[in-house]
Design a protein around this ligand. Structure first.
Ligand code: NAD
Length: 514
């Protein structure tokens, strides 16, 4: 492939648009839409209405991964030589297509994932935002130019692509998270093989189709559908994959890091959270209440940044809990495609049952249930995986529900007597992703910003709501130090090369010739 003439991958195999009836999806490998080598497929269904079949997806394995990596490796030879602003043009074209098809893509996402339409529009919007942000990076990809200590010598550093990047994504932001990985990888000159979550393969698939339509050359973007063991494991161990970018649970993230060790792959991990919102007695309580409701029950509590703990100053505890319980009980559950629905289903019935087992543990350990606490099965809700917004009061820091990630609509309220205690309680978890404090006192706010152990802190805002132009990620068991999002995402997807150019015409010795 000549870098000056970018030849696009084949158009999508099926002309069916996202969100239409059931469809047979394929892998994209080396520009061709192909089934799994084994011929096996899996079905993907709507979590609000399990009789609604979204489509069948290839149930891929080692052979498919090997083919995809080979195709990505072959494409890398020329894609790395395409000037970065030209690479960015593909992403900017994708942004335009995403904008045109936003509503249709959002509807398809609600159908496969359950979250309400306003939120799936937000998910597609995040991909659009990322495309514009990273598209502009094509004309930056900043390096550093510094003076040399020697005369007639030039010193600078440039960014170079890594090669084939393996991208493994979860189901809760089915288009936004793939976009946070694919776009920066491509603009940096890498080629990619993505394995999306088996619960939400269609949204990542639609994004890949759009990139093909936008002119991504054959082999530059490959998608291989299938399970964690069958596709994820061979991707992480493949010697020609130079980097793994993974978003998902801490448990799987740790296993991936171990598996990447023997080949010394770069591995960027965005993992779990146990995020908390602090409410001090001087806070605007109306605002804190809205923030807690949105943070805890938005996306049915299935965000890595979801508010899972509410740490409340004793003087405002009773009022906060009473009002929260009242409002949580009034939230309307339903199919995310229905305009009146405020809370959609959880991702599947297995997740619903796991959430309920945490609720039972909370009750057994002595926490007081003040809202929800059961699956919702009245009327048409009975068909789907619905769980009532749930609030526990009287939670102590050692209880299981205060420590483990539940990943569902469950909020634990803990009571404290000072800012110091609030921060101590907030930090007392293995995770460190997002955090928030509601206070009108700037001194308290700034102390919280300084002392909270988390990758993200909001002041007078909920724990959810990250924007693409700032680093995203966390400390402790939430990650391994990389930050995807913001300018730092380019560090995750590039290697530095330092370049010295001596135009003195003689041998000059650094540190010796002075
Ligand atoms: P998960 O860890 O179960 O799966 C994530 C992805 O990894 C899926 O594609 C899955 O098929 C794959 N996978 C599973 N086992 C694998 C293995 N052994 N090797 C390679 N790949 C494997 O997570 P999930 O249930 O899809 O998502 C929920 C989790 O993701 C929560 O813990 C949540 O906090 C986390 N999350 C984190 C962020 C973040 O940015 N920090 C964002 C969203 C979600």
């Amino acid at each position: 492939m000549n870098p000056q003439t970018i030849s696009p991958a084949a158009a999508p195999a099926s002309s069916a648009r996202a969100g239409s009836a059931s469809r047979a999806y394929l892998n994209l490998i080396g520009g061709r839409w192909v089934p799994a080598k084994s011929g096996k497929t899996t079905e993907n269904k709507n979590p609000a209405r399990p009789d609604d079949l979204i489509g069948t997806f290839p149930d891929s394995g080692l052979d498919d991964v090997n083919d995809a990596v080979r195709a990505a490796q072959a494409a890398f030879a020329s894609w790395r030589l395409v000037p970065a602003p030209r690479r960015a043009e593909v992403i900017l074209r994708a942004a335009e297509i995403l904008r045109e098809r936003k509503e249709e893509l959002a509807r398809a996402m609600t159908r496969e994932m359950g979250k309400v339409l306003a939120e799936t529009r937000g998910d597609v919007q995040e991909a659009i935002d990322m495309a514009y942000y990273i598209g502009a990076e094509g004309r930056r990809l900043f390096g550093v130019t510094v003076p040399s200590e020697l005369p007639n010598k030039f010193a600078m550093s440039i960014r170079q692509p890594l090669g084939v990047c393996g991208l493994i994504t979860p189901w809760n932001f089915p288009m936004a998270i793939p976009s946070w990985k694919i776009f920066p990888a491509l603009v940096s000159g890498n080629t990619v093989v993505i394995k999306p979550a088996t619960d939400t393969p269609a949204s990542a698939h639609h994004l890949v189709e759009i990139l093909a339509e936008a002119g991504a050359p054959e082999g530059v973007v490959n998608i291989v559908h299938g399970g964690g063991n069958a596709v994820g494991v061979p991707l992480t161990t493949h010697p020609d994959v130079k980097m793994i970018s993974f978003t998902g649970s801490s448990e799987v993230g740790k296993a991936i890091a171990e598996r990447c060790g023997p080949t010394l792959k770069r591995v960027s991990l965005e993992l779990g959270g146990k995020n908390a919102q602090i409410v001090m007695e001087d806070a605007d309580l109306d605002l804190a209440l809205e923030g807690a409701l949105w943070g805890a029950f938005g996306t049915t509590g299935q965000r890595c940044t979801a508010t899972s703990r509410l740490i409340v100053a004793r003087p405002v505890h009773d009022e906060m809990v009473r009002r929260l319980a009242e409002r949580a009980s009034q939230l309307r559950l339903g199919d995310g495609l229905e305009p009146e629905s405020e809370v959609g289903p959880v991702i599947n019935t297995g997740a619903r049952d796991r959430i309920h087992s945490y609720v039972q543990i909370g009750q057994k350990e002595g926490a007081k249930l003040v809202a929800g606490g059961s699956a919702a099965d009245e009327g048409s809700l009975g068909q789907g995986a619905f769980y009532r917004p749930t609030i526990f009061d009287g939670v102590t820091p050692t209880m299981t529900i205060a420590r483990e990630e539940i990943f569902g609509p469950v909020l634990s309220v803990l009571t404290v007597d000072s800012l110091e205690e609030a921060i101590r309680v907030l930090n007392d978890t293995p995770y460190g992703l997002s955090s928030s404090i509601y206070t009108r006192d700037v001194n308290r706010a700034m102390r919280a910003v300084r002392d909270i152990e988390a990758g993200i802190t909001y002041v007078n805002g909920p724990t959810i709501g990250a924007e693409v132009q700032l680093p995203f990620g966390g400390v402790k068991e939430t990650g391994n130090g990389h930050r995807e999002g913001g300018p730092t995402v380019i560090d995750a997807f590039t290697e530095w090369k330092s370049v010295y150019i001596d135009y003195s015409g003689k041998l000059q010795k650094a540190q010796i010739d002075r």
